[in-house]
Design a protein around this ligand. Structure first.
Ligand SMILES: C[S@@+](CC[C@H](N)C(=O)[O-])C[C@H]1O[C@@H](n2cnc3c(N)ncnc32)[C@H](O)[C@@H]1O
Length: 198
């Protein structure tokens, strides 16, 4: 599997902190509740650095399609009880999770990939299980629109992202009968953290 993030991995975190400060980290952690009581599935977690401070509470699986990101995550989260996997996540009957974390990963996928991943997730969640989504939504002002488009263009060049826009996450999730439970907004609503359940 080709690693489209190998170029970006060494300075990914410095770059996001430079542009967004701690806002993305807050979006990824603000709705993480009773983590130590849950079996968590993290898909596209990147280098995992933003989970490092509470890594000792993390149990479950960590899936990445970038070997360089996964390598960093294994080091950053070495004190967690997560198992690390390179490749695309597929549901298996015996492996059920309390919560799935999709943090800034759906914005890299085409709609049909998101729909198919949600199908795998649906099969992998316990009955009361939840999705914790954190991602970029529609920009709220002119400056955000410029940065958003620049970011999309940069990622298309640097990491071969296929999208030229942001997905309509809510339309896709509602279309599959997911129900939004809670939400927090960052950067005037450009970034949102949401919890969804079936
Ligand atoms: C924009 S980065 C975000 C990384 C991290 N979640 C963060 O917030 O810093 C997207 C990450 O998702 C990974 N990714 C993309 N599609 C994936 C998939 N289908 N399964 C697992 N990882 C995926 C990429 O390799 C990359 O590391």
């Amino acid at each position: 599997m080709k690693d489209h993030y190998s170029f970006l991995t060494p300075f990914y975190n410095s770059l996001t902190k430079l542009v967004f400060g701690d806002q993305l980290m807050h979006a990824k952690t603000c709705l993480a509740k009773k983590v130590s009581e849950k079996k968590i599935l993290i898909i596209g977690g990147g280098n995992g650095l933003d989970y490092q401070v509470f890594q000792d509470q993390l149990t479950g699986e960590y899936w990445e399609i970038s070997s360089s990101m996964l390598q960093k995550a294994k080091i950053n989260l070495e004190e967690s009880s997560l198992s690390f996997h390179l490749g695309f996540f597929h549901a298996e009957k015996e492996r059920l999770f309390d919560e799935v974390w999709l943090h800034f990963v759906l914005d890299t996928m085409l709609d049909e990939e998101i729909e198919s991943l949600l199908g795998e997730i649906r099969k992998s969640l316990k009955p009361e299980g939840t999705i914790y989504l954190a991602d970029f939504f529609a920009p709220k002002n002119a400056l955000q629109r410029v940065v958003n488009q620049t970011m999309i263009t940069f990622f298309r060049i640097a990491t071969n992202h296929k999208r030229a826009n942001l997905p309509n996450y809510e339309e896709i999730l509602l279309g599959q009968n997911w129900v939004k439970n809670s939400e927090k907004e960052f950067l005037k609503g450009w970034v949102k953290a949401q919890v969804w359940r079936l």
